[in-house]
Design a binder for this molecule. Structure first.
Ligand code: NAP
Length: 337
């Protein structure tokens, strides 16, 4: 048996296909034979800028789904042959056995979830990064109480058609919030299907005024906001919207711009998905093993956004990263292996 991997051998290089040994799972870890892997913006950003990378060669990628091939000591919930999805933690661990873009990846039990029989590996592969980023942002950064506690009021999601934003829409809706979503009009119907009460077009130069006026006209307010984009001025606009309702909490996926002031009464927190593999492992365990299991079973959560397959196996990872870097619109790229 061999393990084909897409390896980034030096800064800003193209990925090279190499054979490497099949990794072995340690305590609390599983070895997964990947059947599908998905791309995230951080992958092409790491490749093209070197950010987060301490040394080369490195095997990138965070999203995997496949079949358990072996388990390390102490693993109790999984056995060989289980169909799973998991958060590959190379971003945090810098260990190439933990990168997604290879045939076999070692993942931690705490951030692995069995796939329902009805769910394809492709669908499963788009869950880990989006769920970790949105879930950690909502429950830890914004400090929203976990279910069964129910929430009230308006929750703003900026970038609702994105991978992370579409996850945030679904989680916020499932918690009881009325979700106001920002996306382009071509994704409005989809985002409403995911649970948004109303959508607003981010291309509208008056968007801040439109949102605040529309909500005030119907006696609604936004108390919490999740900015899945955190670029092109979106975070300060979210902060301004919260401020017009007397303040509140905002979670961003990238740091709030240093040259923008935060309005009084608006608290800004940043999410970092890989925390589910570091200091927030207990939270990750709850999110992947309790919350996600229930949400998938009762269909309050569906894999989102739409999947676009990039065929060609491990050799197609570079092509997928190139497509992702040019920009995706309401899609997640998946490479079936
Ligand atoms: N902190 C963390 O741990 C963490 C984890 C994951 C991701 N991130 C970051 O979060 C961001 C989103 O990641 P992702 O995977 O969700 O991205 P993605 O799915 O690739 O984002 C593409 C989507 O964003 C929409 N979009 C683009 N610009 C927008 C804007 N100004 N306002 C509203 N929507 C906009 C696009 O819609 P249209 O086509 O309609 O324009 C498209 O549907 C990235 O910067 C990523 O690096 C951070």
């Amino acid at each position: 048996m061999s393990n084909q991997a897409a390896v980034l051998k030096e800064a800003k290089a193209q990925l090279t296909i190499e054979e490497r040994p099949i990794p072995k799972p340690g305590a609390g870890e599983l070895l997964v034979r990947n059947a599908a892997v998905a791309t995230n913006p951080v992958d092409w950003k790491m490749q093209s800028t070197g950010y987060f990378i301490d040394s080369y060669p490195i095997i990138l990628g965070s999203d995997i789904a496949g079949t358990v091939e072996g388990v390390g000591s102490g693993v109790t919930h999984f056995k060989k042959g289980d169909r799973v999805t998991g958060f590959a933690r190379v971003l945090a661990s810098k260990n190439n056995d933990h990168g997604a873009f290879q045939q076999y990846t070692v993942v931690q039990e705490c951030v692995t979830r069995k796939l329902p029989d009805s769910m394809s590996f492709e669908e499963g592969s788009i869950l880990p990064m989006s769920i970790a980023t949105a879930g950690l942002g909502i429950f830890l950064s914004l400090d929203v109480p976990r279910p069964p506690a129910k929430q009230q009021g308006g929750f703003l999601v900026w970038g609702a058609s994105s991978s992370v934003g579409s996850a945030a829409v679904q989680i916020a809706k499932s918690l009881g919030y009325t979700v106001y979503a920002v996306c382009s009009p071509r994704h409005s119907v989809y985002v409403q299907k995911l649970g948004a009460h109303e959508t607003f077009d981010y291309n509208d130069s008056d968007i801040v005024k439109k949102i605040t006026q529309s909500l005030k006209a119907s006696n609604q307010q936004i108390v919490t906001a999740y900015d899945a984009i955190s670029e092109h001025g979106s975070a300060p606009m979210c902060a301004e919207i919260l401020s017009s309702f007397g303040g509140g909490k905002l979670c961003t996926t990238l740091p709030y711009p240093e040259d923008s002031t935060k309005p009084a009464g608006v608290e800004v927190a940043h999410t970092f998905a890989a925390r589910v593999t570091l200091d927030a492992q207990d939270f990750g365990k709850w999110l992947f093993n309790e919350w996600l299991e229930k949400a998938l079973a009762d269909k309050t959560y569906v894999p989102s956004p739409a999947i676009e397959k990039v065929d060609g196996g491990i050799s197609a990872v570079q092509k997928a990263l190139d497509i992702h870097q040019k920009g995706l619109s309401g899609k997640k790229l998946v490479i079936p292996l």
